[in-house]
Ligand binder design. Structure first.
Ligand SMILES: CC(C)(COP(=O)(O)OP(=O)(O)OC[C@H]1O[C@@H](n2cnc3c(N)ncnc32)[C@H](O)[C@@H]1OP(=O)(O)O)[C@@H](O)C(=O)NCCC(=O)NCCS
Length: 169
């Protein structure tokens, strides 16, 4: 159990974040995924403000404060591909808060916000050996579209795609 409660809130856009906030996101991404992003790359991420981009922060704390003071415990960033399709750029939960339903809750909030914003389907990439994430997406109706050899530095990427719908399978 966590020593404090967490909630998902709408993420400020990386383009509008202070450098310290981006450094804190960079650190969380590195810890959760092993991926090393530059501040410039993070700042240029095309995160959508309207279709379900979220951060996981302590209840009662404002998002800017949580970002600037390194209290962020999860990220779900989404971009819009076209009028009906969104792409998940990244989804993660800090290791000490996993297995408590945070990703499942993020998915439900993301789906509601994306659908309210007109999206009807979602696409994403997942490392081929990431069984936890692959199964998580499969249970939410996503299927494999193909395999990418040059997406991740050290492994294949699986491209998944599926409908956004009110009830999970
Ligand atoms: C994938 C990840 C976001 C899941 O976050 P989480 O908050 O622990 O997930 P939840 O507690 O909401 O569990 C979600 C589902 O995964 C299952 N699950 C979670 N951890 C699991 C584990 N270690 N082994 C098997 N199943 C697991 C849960 O049973 C749950 O099942 P459901 O689909 O029936 O709801 C988290 O493990 C993570 O940040 N991993 C590193 C980053 C990553 O791989 N991101 C995905 C990139 S595509």
């Amino acid at each position: 159990m966590s020593e404090y409660s967490l909630r998902w809130v709408i993420s400020p856009l990386p383009t509008e974040m202070e450098t310290q906030a981006l450094l804190n996101c960079k650190e969380l991404i590195k810890k959760c995924t092993g991926e090393e992003y530059t501040i410039e790359l993070l700042r240029s991420m095309p995160v959508s403000p309207t279709c379900g981009s979220l951060i996981l922060i302590p209840t009662g704390i404002e998002s800017q404060q949580a970002l600037n003071e390194n209290m962020i415990q999860g990220i779900l960033w989404v971009m819009r591909l076209d009028a009906h399709t969104v792409r998940i750029l990244t989804i993660m939960v800090a290791e000490n808060h996993r297995g408590q339903g945070h990703a499942a809750e993020a998915w439900m909030k993301f789906r509601r916000l994306a659908m309210d914003d007109g999206a009807r389907s979602v696409t994403l990439e997942v490392r081929q050996e990431n069984d936890v994430a692959f199964d998580f997406y499969s249970r939410r109706g996503l299927v494999v579209l193909g395999r990418l050899s040059d997406y991740y530095r050290d492994t294949f990427g699986i491209v998944m795609h599926g409908p956004l719908r009110d009830e999970d399978a």
